[in-house]
Ligand binder design. Structure first.
Ligand SMILES: [Zn+2]
Length: 307
């Protein structure tokens, strides 16, 4: 009896799966237009089959032999020397394909400017036909991971929770709004004390007597997250304001929205805004401390001129 029931359940599941599958087939989005290999390497996220117009260079007079085209690419280099978009070029020889059968390859690129940062790709290539430059390409992955870079200062601000933040970043890149929002919220909740401590450091450098310091210290002990954010609405130095707004209040606005009441698209928008505000806050915290240290050094030099 139990066996019969199990069979029936299996059959139902299979039917349901097949119905879903055929519905999916009907809804299958139109294929993305083919792109150049440079565009594919630079801008197409992993785990997607993509037509590429110039992935291969057919070798003359050798049927079914291709060299993989490895154009220079323009991507972010996070070395201290570069910290911006730079040209990267292939390292080593271009891989060869000896038939028009699908093949898996690795490519490693190096920054032409600093010659220290590399970028590696793990790819699957399906040549369209012998003699053709076209191929269907699929990225298994890349290192450093796909997506716009996350500033090192922002990563430092999150200390032990940087992995949670980066998971949020991965969700955001893939358009998973609820996931990105939830991870970012978790990071800010966990690291609120650290963020307040950084603001206190800036205040201490500017004016050690500021009453805002006490307000921030009290907020650190507040266990209710949104109350803690609310309580520091007036406790922020001028240098940390973003377009005249307290960044903590901007975060409070975005984070106090109930995730269950929002669409995935709205969550994605909020997650994006949260990340932008956090990146700007991390930048301003670092700049404010640097400015104060520079100013302090200048004042002390002027007050104590060397003989
Ligand atoms: Zn570089």
């Amino acid at each position: 009896m139990a066996f019969k029931l199990m069979l029936q359940v299996r059959r139902n599941l299979r039917d349901q799966f097949m119905t879903e599958q055929s519905n999916d087939d009907e809804k299958e989005p139109t294929k993305p237009a083919p792109v150049s290999f440079a565009d594919f390497l630079e801008g197409v996220q992993p785990s997607r089959m993509q037509g590429v117009t110039d992935a291969l260079i057919p070798v003359k007079n050798q049927n079914d032999r291709f060299e993989v085209h490895t154009p220079q690419i323009f991507i972010h280099c996070s070395s201290d020397a570069c910290n911006g978009s730079r040209y990267f070029r292939r390292m080593g020889n271009a891989p060869d394909l000896y038939s028009s059968q699908p093949a898996n390859i690795f490519l490693t690129y190096i920054c032409s400017n600093c010659r220290s940062e590399t970028k590696s790709f793990s790819l699957h290539l399906e040549p369209k036909a012998s003699g053709s430059r076209e191929a269907q390409c699929y990225k298994y992955g890349e290192l450093p991971a796909f997506g716009p870079p996350t500033p090192a200062r922002l990563i430092r601000l999150f200390g032990g929770d940087k992995d949670i933040f980066l998971k949020g970043r991965r969700c955001e890149v893939q358009g998973l709004g609820v996931g990105a929002f939830t991870y970012y919220r978790r990071v800010v909740e966990n690291q609120k004390t650290r963020i307040f401590d950084e603001i206190i450091r800036v205040l201490q450098a500017i004016d050690a007597q500021s009453p805002m310091i006490e307000t921030l210290k009290r907020a650190k002990d507040e266990t209710q997250f949104t109350k803690a954010l609310e309580s520091v609405k007036d406790a922020i130095p001028q240098s940390l304001l973003i377009n005249g707004h307290n960044p903590i209040m901007l975060l409070h606005r975005a984070l106090s929205v109930g995730v269950h009441q929002q669409t995935d698209e709205k969550c994605l928008e909020l997650a994006h805004d949260i990340r932008v505000v956090l990146a700007e806050l991390a930048e301003r915290l670092s700049q404010a401390l640097k400015d104060e240290a520079e100013l302090g050094a200048a004042v002390s030099r002027l007050m104590n001129p060397k003989k």
